[in-house]
Design a protein around this ligand. Structure first.
Ligand code: N01
Length: 505
């Protein structure tokens, strides 16, 4: 007898809370909603499993550049990291374990995409259109919680002829593992956080590796190490030790904030570390000049690697700093300062050019009060929310990793947990006081953003002499949180109804 495939789990027509995305944000939201007694929720995820960015980024060398001890939920600490900076497979496995052990996966729908969400002013609910396996589903939800991540949609470079390339070409976050790179001529475009993890791995296998650098980043040593058996046993058996370790690392990272936000001179030790890191590995003066940054440390994300510069100095690697002018069916064409063009033939191109950050793609799918589309609004005025979580004109919408919540120095998991406390407190208060709709007041949102922009105006992210993915098309920094992470936690510790318009239900 031929068994028929098991039916896909039902998608209900109505839920209290619809959560989009099953990464750290979506899973944390599901767990915290359950803990608060809010059990009527659904998480939809376009991929086939949990993990979010830590499922999508499987490139060689993918690892966390925040110390492992800081990279787990405080309510589900991981005691089994193998290294001081955890590799991607361990983080993905951790996320899967947390979701499994929390017993929440029955309300996750995988392979399900949120196509659109529109606020229904009469019903005071979100009308959400989902799609799964080519079938559309309509769901109505009291609140919409987005956990789709700030770094989920690849940003592909607009290079002439890119579609004509005849070899394999793929983005770092969409790695094609079926492509064998052994002995091949490979080009990597970009020298950001992803590229500097990829390049040392490719250097080991590629016949020739061209690294196309537009801006030289600061790279400080990684000092990664495998935990000894004794350390692993101690961390597993003594939860207090893990907590103390985590606390120590946390405060160490916070020391970066004054240097980034107020006084760049305080970053002098890190500048020296980056210099020594370069000079230790690179002896060729011309190469050393090319990899020396020309902006202030911190303006772009500070990268960490002890293997990147040695890889660049290897005989099979060329650092190409002439601008890319085109891609042909056979390779990459660069133009030097005089305009002279050179084509470098390659078999494979790895596009490590980052993500769409200042225009979060999910915003285009969300339409709030008066038919205003969030994507259109943010393109016109720049991304802006209240406390990085709620937005005027979009009642009952809660966004995790929203405007100005990204960090240059510490763990995003900490920020997500701070937001979750705020969201769950809002939902609890809504239920207790029978508020059907809550929406931040315009003056509260403006005051929040004016304060942020005032602080950012003095920060290295805005004044450090670089262009970065923190700044939008208007030159406004709508991505970075410019204060300490504990200030963020304090600001979001309790939901603040006085900053909101409240509609009784
Ligand atoms: O992307 P990026 P990423 N032609 O935007 C270059 C997180 N992350 O994927 O500097 C040529 O940083 C661009 O050049 P320039 C982390 O938050 C975390 O590397 O703009 N080059 C740059 O070098 C990180 O910040 C981990 O001049 C072009 C690079 O591409 C974020 O992800 C690990 C170009 C893009 O760098 C993004 O990192 C990895 C063009 N047309 C990533 N366009 C953790 O461990 C762009 N570039 C937690």
């Amino acid at each position: 007898m031929v068994s028929s495939p098991s039916p896909l789990p039902v998608i209900p027509a109505e839920v209290d809370h619809l959560v989009v995305g099953a990464g750290f944000g979506g899973i944390g939201a599901a767990i915290k909603l359950d803990e608060a007694g809010e059990r009527d929720w659904l998480v939809v995820e376009k991929d086939d499993d949990v993990g979010g960015t830590w499922r999508a980024n499987t490139y060689p060398g993918a690892a966390c550049d925040v110390p492992s001890q800081l990279y787990s939920f405080s309510f589900a600490p991981h005691r089994e990291w193998s290294m001081s900076f955890s590799p991607q497979p361990e983080i993905e496995a951790y996320i899967q374990r947390v979701a499994r052990e929390a017993g929440i996966l029955d309300r996750f729908r995988f392979g399900t995409r949120m196509e659109s969400a529109a606020w229904d002013e009469d019903a005071l609910r979100w009308r959400v259109r989902l799609s799964r396996a080519g079938v559309a589903y309509d769901v109505s939800a009291r609140t919409l919680i987005t956990g789709s991540g700030g770094l989920s949609e690849p940003r592909l470079p607009d290079i002439d002829g890119i579609d004509s390339f005849g070899g394999a070409i793929f983005h770092s976050a969409r790695w094609e593992h079926s492509v064998d790179l052994t002995g091949k001529r490979v080009a990597v475009i970009g020298t950001g956080a992803s590229a500097i993890q990829i390049i040392p791995e490719l250097q080991k296998v590629a016949g020739r590796l061209d690294v196309h650098q537009r801006t030289a980043p600061y790279v400080i040593p990684r000092n990664d190490r495998t935990y000894s058996r004794l350390e692993r046993t101690a961390l597993r058996r003594l939860p207090g030790l893990g907590r103390a370790y985590r606390t120590g690392i946390y405060w160490g990272r916070e020391l970066y904030v004054p240097a980034f936000a107020k006084q760049p001179r305080l970053a002098w030790p890190a500048v020296q570390m980056a210099k020594l890191n370069r000079e230790k590995a690179i002896k060729d003066p011309d190469l050393l000049r090319k990899v020396t940054p020309t902006f202030q440390l911190g303006c772009k994300r500070v990268l960490i690697s002890s293997t990147y510069y040695p890889a660049l100095a290897s005989p099979n690697v060329d650092l190409v700093t002439d601008r890319i002018s085109a891609i042909t069916p056979t390779g990459i064409v660069t133009a030097d300062a005089t305009g002279a063009r050179t084509e470098r033939e390659v078999d494979v191109i790895v596009v490590a050019t980052g993500f769409q950050t200042t225009e979060q793609p999910i915003a285009d799918h969300i339409t709030g009060r008066d038919g205003v589309n969030l994507g259109d609004l943010w393109r016109k005025e720049g991304m802006a929310s209240y406390k990085g979580t709620t937005t005027r004109g979009f009642p009952n919408l809660f966004q995790l990793v929203g405007a100005n919540t990204t960090l240059g120095h510490s763990s995003m998991v900490f920020m997500i947990e701070s937001q979750l406390a705020y969201v769950v407190d809002a939902i609890r208060t809504m239920r207790a006081h029978r508020y059907a709709a809550v929406e931040p007041r315009q003056d509260a949102q403006d005051a929040w953003n004016d304060d942020l922009q005032r602080r950012l105006a003095k920060s290295v992210w805005n004044t450090g002499g670089c262009s970065s993915w923190y700044l939008d098309a208007h030159g406004r920094n709508t991505v970075v949180w410019p204060r300490s992470t504990f200030a963020f936690r304090r600001e979001l510790a309790r939901w603040d109804p006085t900053a909101y318009d409240l509609v009784a239900g």
